[in-house]
Design a protein around this ligand. Structure first.
Ligand SMILES: Cc1cc2nc3c(=O)[nH]c(=O)nc-3n(C[C@H](O)[C@H](O)[C@H](O)COP(=O)(O)OP(=O)(O)OC[C@H]3O[C@@H](n4cnc5c(N)ncnc54)[C@H](O)[C@@H]3O)c2cc1C
Length: 407
């Protein structure tokens, strides 16, 4: 396992991170690995920060980053508590295979690991010294000073550092502040909403051949994956208007039962086993690409703050993880204060092609999966069924060819 072996003499000494999601916590770990001082500020309280809905698939590309961080401790913990993803794929609504994907495709023994989001947050947080994360402090604005950045929080607290990183999600206040805005303009509605939650796999008719399945219907789809210890996370998407909720149809369980009524097993049994209190519903959004430049001066962005994507490929969090590593790696190369700004712009322009491809492919696979005409569904399913696996694999291969290294 390659981990960094020495502390780097970077001219950056202190990094201020806003946001304690997957991206911010991973960046904090990567910066500490190269000997930088880090302060991470999160607006929510610790308990809420360590929560969050549903499960997350940390795919092989992002797992390669964790292999390098914190002496491989997070990598090991993810395997210890999470569910290894082996064979799985896309199916029609009656669970007939359309495209099956297996670990050989990425040249590994698995495709990655799935965990509940709360478990991921807890593992990342536990790997940090407790003083790194300061909760209950909401970023308000920043000011460039002669040799750094001064950050202001809503309660009047301030701090200073060499660089500021906005890892504060799709409604990023850091991104808004970069353009002198109080708040960002609304993101782009994808045309669909998503329910997610978890269930116990015992006594359900799950096919043991597959550790994840996604079944495609007409204008909707239902998926689940193993998140460790016999527990599974599910998600269900349907085409909908923004701002709709389940109240008029009798709650989330009734909504799921109606929308997925034509689906074959295991979907009806999974829905019947759900605890309605643990089901979250969200509208799904992304934003147009920011292009090659995301920040300004000593301020940059990572993860959803820079490039939120639809969750079709399950790569939004993985891109935040890659960003975190690539940014820390470049910070290690800064040899003078004058270089700081150009290194941040280099980071942004290096990452731009890959994250923009994820944005675009997530949109196109999403609209294919959410097709809502009979003929469209027939055509979509036929194409997936008739395409040889090796050819279908090619469309995703570029994602897994990512090979992070400290060198
Ligand atoms: C239904 C669904 C399923 C998904 N499945 C997957 C998957 O399987 N795999 C995957 O890789 N990705 C998945 N994603 C995407 C993933 O959830 C996001 O891309 C990821 O959480 C982004 O991480 P982040 O750290 O950039 O931002 P966030 O997770 O949004 O974290 C931002 C943090 O900043 C904090 N914050 C916000 N404003 C302020 C402020 N002013 N001051 C201080 N703190 C602030 C927030 O409280 C939050 O803690 C999914 C998304 C959805 C919606």
């Amino acid at each position: 396992m390659e981990t960094i072996s020495k502390t780097i003499n970077s001219s950056v000494s202190k990094v201020i991170i806003i946001g304690g999601g997957i991206g911010g916590l991973t960046l904090a770990l990567a910066c500490l690995d190269i000997g930088l001082e880090v302060e991470l500020y999160e607006k929510r309280d610790l308990e809420t920060m360590l929560g969050g809905p549903g499960g997350i698939f940390i795919q092989r590309n992002a797992m390669k980053v964790y292999k390098l961080l914190a002496n491989g401790k997070i990598y090991e913990e993810f395997y210890k508590y999470g569910g290894k993803i082996l064979t799985g794929g896309f199916f029609n609504h009656q669970a007939k295979p359309l495209y099956i994907n297996s670990p050989e495709f990425v040249g590994e023994t698995d495709l990655g690991v799935c965990l509940m989001r709360s478990q991921i947050q807890q593992i990342l947080y536990n790997a940090l010294p407790p003083s790194t994360v300061k909760t209950g402090l909401a970023f308000q604005s920043f000011q460039a000073t002669d040799h750094g950045i001064k950050v202001y929080f809503q309660d009047g607290t301030t701090t200073t550092g060499d660089i500021l990183v906005g890892a504060d999600g799709i409604y990023s206040k850091v991104r808004a502040s970069l353009h002198g805005q109080e708040r960002l303009e609304d993101p782009i509605y994808s045309g669909m909403c998503c329910w997610r939650g978890s269930f116990d796999g015992a006594n359900l008719p799950l096919n043991p051949e597959y550790s994840w399945m996604e079944l495609w219907g007409k204008g909707n789809r239902f998926g689940y994956f193993h998140v460790g210890g016999g527990k599974f996370s599910f998600y269900g998407f349907t085409n909908s208007q923004p701002g709709e909720n389940d109240e008029s149809v009798g709650g989330p369980l009734a909504a799921l039962q109606t929308i997925f009524s034509a689906y074959g097993e295991p979907v009806p049994s999974i829905i019947a086993a759900l605890d309605p209190k643990s089901i979250y519903r969200d509208d799904i959004f992304d934003r147009e690409s920011l292009g090659h430049t995301w920040g300004k001066g000593r301020v940059t962005l990572i993860g959803d703050a820079a490039h939120p994507v639809q969750p079709t490929l399950g790569q939004g969090g993985c891109m935040a993880i890659e960003d975190a590593f690539e940014l820390a790696k470049l910070l290690a190369t800064v040899t003078s204060q004058e270089q700081v700004s150009s290194v941040l712009r280099q980071f942004e322009s290096d990452r731009h092609p890959r994250v923009t491809k994820v944005l675009n492919v997530s949109r196109s696979v999403g609209s294919l999966a959410q097709t809502d005409s009979n003929i469209g569904c027939l055509f979509r399913n036929l194409i997936y069924q008739l395409t040889p696996t090796w050819l279908a694999d090619q469309q995703f291969k570029w994602l897994f060819d990512y090979n992070p290294t400290w060198n």
